[in-house]
Design a protein around this ligand. Sequence first.
Ligand SMILES: [Zn+2]
Ligand SMILES: [Zn+2]
Length: 348
Amino acid sequence: MKKTVISIIGITLMLFAFTACQPRYIFVPHVHAFGEWTIIKEATCTDEGVKTRTCKLCSETETKIIEALGHDFDAVTNTCTRCGTVRQVISAEDDFLTATQKDGDVLIILQEDITIDIAPWARPENDKSVFGTDKTESIVIDGNGHDITFNNIDSDWNAIYTKNEDAVLTIKNATIDNLGHNADGGTWNGHDINFNCSVVLDNVTANNAIALGGKTATIKNSTISDADCTSDAYMLWIQANGQTVTVEDCIINGVSASGKGNRAIKIADEYVDEPKAVTLNVSGTTFSSDSKAAVLVTNTAGATINWGEGNDISGVKADTVNAVWNDGDRASYMDLVKVYGCTMKLEP
Ligand SMILES: [Zn+2]
Ligand SMILES: [Zn+2]
């Protein structure tokens, strides 16, 4: 009997001692005493890493992102001393398309403003303006502060292609604009700058409206405006081909200098053979426009719109309350449009 009592007390004490170590038993406010950082994932030249540290008193864990290191290029060989990436430093007289004709990852750093000829829509085969080879996985163009001008040759339907349909084109640190056929016509019956490939725009100033063909697109830390457009343009025209588009920390400025009814974003089934639902994620973005809501959905296949933190639609003249409108001519498809974090109404 005595032994049993002792062992029950013993077990109770052991349980208490065990549970007393857990954070929920420490009620005393304290300054965390964090231990050393532990690297969970090493940062590389291009990818962020992760590190954590734990409080010795309460086991609270702090997690931090380790910034990507950036390449460390040898000035003579133009090769990264860490990862072996080779950069191509090109000037205006160098042929841009030739520079993209490389398998794997392509990195191009501009030394001057360049102009790139862009062929008409639906002519990707054997076309001299297609970027990369069929084995190119990524093309990064670091504008290095320079201008990239896309010269539309002889059609309303010019488009930027990558030869490998799965390749990702990244343009960063650049101002982009266009020239040539109907250059200021807007995105309606022609596409001023049309990315018909997966695209990332990072720290880009687009002085012309942009259309997105059908692949995944991410636009961040960037501005899109087209004040001199000659028609009622959308700053971002998303062709409804089932893709995901993310707009993060951007300025979408659809205000016309010439009194047009310019707009911000449209998800459009026009000129699409078999429209599919588009997913649009928007955060940290400021909108202004002359006409329509921040986002107009004109798609018989609908859309999912995730309206994140930090968006500002106070400069949208037609509606500063509802971020999304469903097109009036497609009222019967409004059920297919799902909005999260904002409200939607039928286009009045
Ligand atoms: Zn603590
Ligand atoms: Zn590197």
